[in-house]
Design a protein around this ligand. Structure first.
Ligand SMILES: [Zn+2]
Length: 277
């Protein structure tokens, strides 16, 4: 499933081709939303953004199109006049003079009034968004020390969109490795300076993934690995999907395990659990 950085990059691309462009076509083929086709087609899209893993398209009338793709949903952007080759079910197409954006198989599409957007059951429960400009590391720190989250394991917290929105499974392994933390430790087991570092790393690593289309390895290391001729799949991550390979920091073998039902990668030497020593 795409994580926050991938959704945010998609939102940025859609924003670039659709926002403030006259719409040539806007057509839903999803439940009863097709009755809005004519009304929305004559409006401007004023902004496209993501929140957590939801995509939001804002129209000038104040209506917002909410979509959440879960596992199967996908947006594809093509030159106007072309149709993507896919077996997925089309839910929506929006075309300008130059581009068409197709949405396929999304699990959830809703058209929301401003008050419905404010009280949306998915959006209202999200924690601070790791990719929103206004989110500060201090806000993440406040989440870590809150009674709601301080007693839960980091492996579980970093997948919980109520804790911080936008993190997903590869980011969980990468962030905890950079912070030198075990997924089994809880915020309340850690000294304040470790929690501060983790709060900053959560925003920094997720932000880097957005800027680099998912490269979370140390960027100076990435330059060296690229010079050696390694492909993206080999230099992309510091730890994720590198089971059995040596840790870049200490040379010990990276271990794959499973925590909270998802695969997790760590270095036993660099990331000892404070609860288990
Ligand atoms: Zn190591």
């Amino acid at each position: 499933m795409p994580e926050g950085p991938e959704i945010k990059r998609l939102a940025t691309r859609l924003d670039k081709v659709l926002t403030n462009q006259p719409l040539e076509e806007l057509r839903f083929s999803y439940r009863d939303l097709d009755r809005f086709n004519d009304q929305l087609r004559v409006q401007n899209i004023t902004k496209i953004d993501s929140k957590g893993k939801a995509l939001l398209i804002f129209f000038e009338s104040g209506l917002t199109l909410y979509s959440h793709n879960q596992l199967y949903g996908k947006w594809l952007i093509v030159r106007k006049g072309k149709t993507p080759k896919t077996n997925r079910t089309q839910r929506l197409v929006i075309s300008t003079l130059r581009h068409s954006a197709f949405l396929y198989s999304a699990s959830s599409i809703e058209l929301l009034q401003p008050e419905e957007l404010e009280n949306h059951p998915y959006l209202i429960k999200l924690g601070p968004d790791a990719l929103a400009e206004e989110t500060s590391w201090e806000q993440v720190y406040q989440q870590l020390i809150s009674s709601r989250f301080e007693g839960r394991s980091l492996g579980s917290l970093l997948l919980d969109q109520h804790f911080v929105a936008g993190i997903g499974n590869y980011l969980r392994s990468e962030i905890l490795h950079v912070s030198r933390l075990s997924p089994f430790d809880r915020p309340k087991d850690l000294p304040a300076n470790k929690k501060r570092t983790l709060s900053k790393d959560i925003l920094r690593v997720t932000g880097q993934a957005f800027l680099t289309a998912g490269v979370t390895n140390d960027l100076s290391r990435v330059s060296i690995l690229k010079e050696q001729g390694l492909s993206r799949s080999k230099y992309r991550f510091a730890i994720f999907a590198r089971a059995g390979l040596p840790c870049y920091e200490c040379g010990k073998k990276i271990v794959r395990s499973e925590t909270n039902g998802r695969r997790f990668y760590s270095c036993p030497a660099c990331q000892p659990s404070v609860r288990m020593v």
